[in-house]
Design a protein around this ligand. Structure first.
Ligand code: NAP
Ligand code: FE
Length: 398
């Protein structure tokens, strides 16, 4: 047995001395209409809000309407930046922060999936701090970061409860993690009715991301007795949600017809995933996923899902006892069954050329979360996982 024993409930029995640090300063408000019913809270954060969104979903989900309603009810003014792209870039958050500074905003409200919420955090840090591209990722912000409030419209990243903002760095060709306790949102409004407009693809891909957070957090070196319950709940909720979603999808149910209870369960599950990685960080799986996103424009959650079977197989070879426990948690016959279930959710027939697998491995092995992976990992291990992975057919644009 390795570093820890696990009983049948999956609760880890620490063999190392207990040394736990836990910090979760985000106030979570959940339920239909929670933005409007807690509108008065917005007064605590200043007079002028900077609303940060993607191009459409904040509007189509109804979340932007509610946020503006809540601000206006309290005589607060607002400025809107609605140009956050998927996997937001350093350039985008810099452009937004200039607009925010010019308009003297006091706090930032991110509405959307992980992309606008992460952008909101980075923008908040840049509103008060002059950070060059290097110090942006150093994790320290000398001047107080303005309050950040988040309204998720996907059930996936859990960014509404994490201290991370993932930005695309075109100069280095990688996705990089800005982190720091200052980036924890002050408030997170979880209203699953905003998820009604989510199409099937985003629903599935983001749910897989949430599962990945809970699962990686459960595996992570930095996991501890206080992150464990969040990880276990996240795994349970997301496995349940994905199973139900798979059944509905097979039956041909329209995405708008996905039951509210299931949407809400996925939203809470993704919050548990976020609360887990807020403590534990992710493992090398996330770093590997970034390669697929950067190079082949594969959605973040899908990238993690495609790599997960190979990653779990690799871990099973290295720490079979711990992975046996995971099998029990995933509630299937075995990891192979789970992997097959996962792959049945995606249309991914293509393998990656060897030189590509090696190039991705060269990038991923440099990531900080390699050290958070529960077994030692070599560049060759990562190349092998990439080679075992199947990806969607690449769309060639003319
Ligand atoms: P996303 O990039 O925020 O959004 C994906 C797509 O879904 C966009 O086209 C978006 O439209 C649309 N969409 C969002 N909500 C919708 C709704 N309710 N109805 C209809 N369409 C909707 O996707 P995401 O997976 O949530 O976030 C991914 C990003 O989060 C990545 O950059 C990833 O690295 C990061 N991430 C961060 C953390 C963290 O802890 N901070 C953790 C994991 C991942 P619009 O563009 O119009 O909004
Ligand atoms: Fe993620």
């Amino acid at each position: 047995m390795g570093m820890y024993d696990v009983d049948t409930t999956g609760i880890r029995e620490e063999k190392k001395p207990m040394s736990i640090s836990y910090h979760m300063p985000t106030r979570v408000l959940s339920g239909v209409g929670c933005v409007m019913s807690h509108a008065a809270l917005l007064q605590e954060y200043g007079k002028r809000a900077f609303i940060v969104t993607g191009s459409q979903s904040a509007r189509t989900s109804g979340a932007l309407r509610d946020v503006i309603g809540a601000l206006e009810e309290n005589d607060l003014s607002w400025v809107l930046f609605d140009k956050v792209e998927a996997n937001p870039s350093i350039e985008t958050v810099r452009e937004a922060s200039v607009l925010g500074r010019e308009n003297g905003v006091d706090f930032v409200m991110g509405i959307g999936g992980g992309s606008p919420m992460d952008a909101a955090k980075a923008i908040a840090a840049l509103l008060t701090n002059n950070l060059d591209d290097h110090s942006l990722f150093a994790g320290s912000y000398p001047v107080a970061v303005p309050p950040i409030l988040c309204v998720p419209t996907t059930a996936g990243t859990g960014s509404e409860v994490t201290p991370y903002a993932i930005l695309t760095d075109h100069a280095s060709g990688t996705k990089r993690n800005m982190g720091g306790v200052e980036l924890f949102p002050r408030l997170a409004f979880l209203d699953a009715s905003y998820m009604k407009s989510l199409p099937w693809t985003v629903t599935i891909n983001t749910a897989v991301d949430a599962l990945s957070h809970a699962l990686e957090g459960w595996l992570a070196v930095r996991g501890n007795a206080l992150s464990e319950p969040f990880a276990l709940t996240g795994i349970r909720e997301m496995v349940h949600a994905l199973n139900e979603l798979a059944v509905l999808k097979t039956r041909g149910t329209a995405a708008q017809e996905i039951p509210f209870d299931l949407r809400e369960r996925a939203l809470h599950g993704s919050m548990f995933g976020g609360m887990t990685i807020a403590q534990t960080g992710t493992t090398v799986l996330h770093a590997m996923g970034y390669c697929l996103t950067m190079d082949r424009n594969i959605d973040h959650g899908l990238a993690n899902g495609l790599l997960m079977p190979g990653y779990l197989r690799f871990l099973s070879r290295r720490m079979p006892d711990r992975m046996k426990q995971l099998e029990a948690l995933l509630g299937l016959e075995g990891l192979d069954d789970f992997s097959q279930f996962l792959l049945s959710l995606f249309d991914a027939p293509e393998s990656l050329p060897l030189h590509t697998c090696e190039a991705y491995a060269d990038t991923a092995i440099q990531a900080r979360n390699v050290a958070n992976t529960p077994v030692p990992v070599a560049r060759e291990d990562l190349a092998q996982i990439f080679c075992e992975t199947r990806v969607p057919k690449q769309v060639v644009s003319h």
